[in-house]
Design a protein around this ligand. Structure first.
Ligand SMILES: Cc1ncc(COP(=O)(O)O)c(C=O)c1O
Length: 363
């Protein structure tokens, strides 16, 4: 055994991991499995045939690094879709890739991150991995929806290196600031650092702050092709931001960060984006029907402008549904998030819930 090997084996590798990363909690992916998947806010439909054809036609070039023009084509199409310039678009592997790049490159350990409670889990995951301090604004339950505590948000924003808001909110499905310019403007002015408005569900909610980046250079909008574009596994998303922010992010990326199938799928999809609107309309109609049926079962269901519904129920729905092959997600002690599935899947869910509530004596 050589001396180098000996030194390496006696070193405690844990000492090489930054203390806050060692302490960070990993995201739990154990419920990502097959079944009737109503827990990840995916589209229940496959990507359209023309997207699949485009990907297939490029796969034999998989031995080559894609030329940067693929990324430039994507930026130009995304810019047209959003109504900004290509220089305002930062393509990323899923919306998550954009969040990660922002958090890892624009923030430092100890910085304050302001988020809502509840909100999309990855803001907290990346903050804890980077040793940032999380400050939470509790959303207020108000009848059939959840509302932003605007005063508290503006108060905490003063010290924030980033304020990250998913609007509409995951998991409540509620619209929050609704791209109202006076609210977005005050938030951008009050915030010490960046304001990230995560519009993952934009095609369902139909409101956006994207064009306001021209008035507020610290504002960033996030979009993804994982939801209404039905491409979650393709890993394509993008940030819309001031070109200075985009240029800085491009310095910590390569033109190949989105794998070939993803960027090609993204281009094909944005060349004919109207299908995403059709998906969003169909899912939204199914959501309203599902909401009414769940309410008829006696459940408390909040209104939603997304592809999922939040239900309040004081009892276990998770286990009896898993036993019937249906996966939903639990939040806290009594909240359940249910993604809108295909018509048949929603029916199976309703039948199962009917039985479960009957057996528990709640009906
Ligand atoms: C609010 C929000 N933002 C971002 C994402 C990231 O999705 P992706 O990385 O697939 O684009 C999700 C996914 O569920 C989400 O709900």
């Amino acid at each position: 055994m050589g001396e180098g090997r000996l030194i390496a084996s006696t070193r405690n590798v844990k000492d090489l991991i930054k203390p806050y990363l060692a302490r960070a909690k990993p995201y739990d992916f154990t419920d990502v499995k097959e079944g009737i998947r109503l827990h990840l806010n995916e589209s229940p439909y496959s990507p359209p045939q023309f997207v699949l054809d485009a990907v297939r036609s490029w796969l034999e070039k998989g031995n080559r690094y894609p030329t940067p023009d693929l990324m430039e084509r994507f930026r130009s199409l995304a810019a047209d879709y959003v109504g900004v310039e290509p220089s305002n678009i930062y393509p990323s592997p899923g919306g998550d890739g954009g969040i990660r790049q922002l958090f890892y490159n624009f923030l430092s350990p100890g910085d304050d991150v302001v988020i809502n409670n509840p909100s999309y889990s990855m803001y907290e995951v990346y903050s804890s991995a980077m040793g940032m301090r999380i400050l939470k604004v509790n959303l207020k339950e108000d009848g059939d929806r959840w509302k932003e505590d605007v005063n508290e948000l503006l108060r905490l924003a003063k010290q924030a290196r980033i304020v990250a808001i998913d609007d509409p909110n995951n998991p409540t499905g509620s619209p929050l600031l609704e791209a109202k310019e006076e609210l977005i403007g005050s938030l951008c002015e009050e915030t010490k650092g960046l304001v990230l408005i995560d519009e993952a569900y934009y095609e369902f909610s139909n409101y956006t702050v994207a064009k306001m980046i021209h008035n507020y250079p610290n504002l960033i909008a996030l979009r993804t092709m994982s939801k209404a574009f039905s491409m979650a596994a393709m890993r394509v998303g993008y940030l819309v931001a001031d070109r200075e922010i985009v240029n800085a992010l491009l310095k910590v990326s390569t033109p190949f960060d989105i794998a070939l199938p993803g960027i090609v799928a993204g281009i094909a999809a944005l060349e004919a984006p109207s299908y995403a609107k059709r998906v969003a309309n169909e899912v939204s109609e199914n959501r309203e029907r599902l909401k009414d049926s769940l309410r008829r079962l006696g459940l408390k269901v909040y209104d939603s402008v997304t592809n999922f519904l939040l239900v309040k129920y004081k009892g276990d729905l998770l286990t009896p549904l898993i036993n019937r092959g249906i996966i939903i997600r639990k939040y806290g002690t009594d909240l359940y998030r249910i993604t809108v599935g295909r018509e048949g899947e929603n029916q199976k869910l309703l039948t199962a819930l009917g039985e479960i509530l009957e057996n528990s004596g709640s009906k």
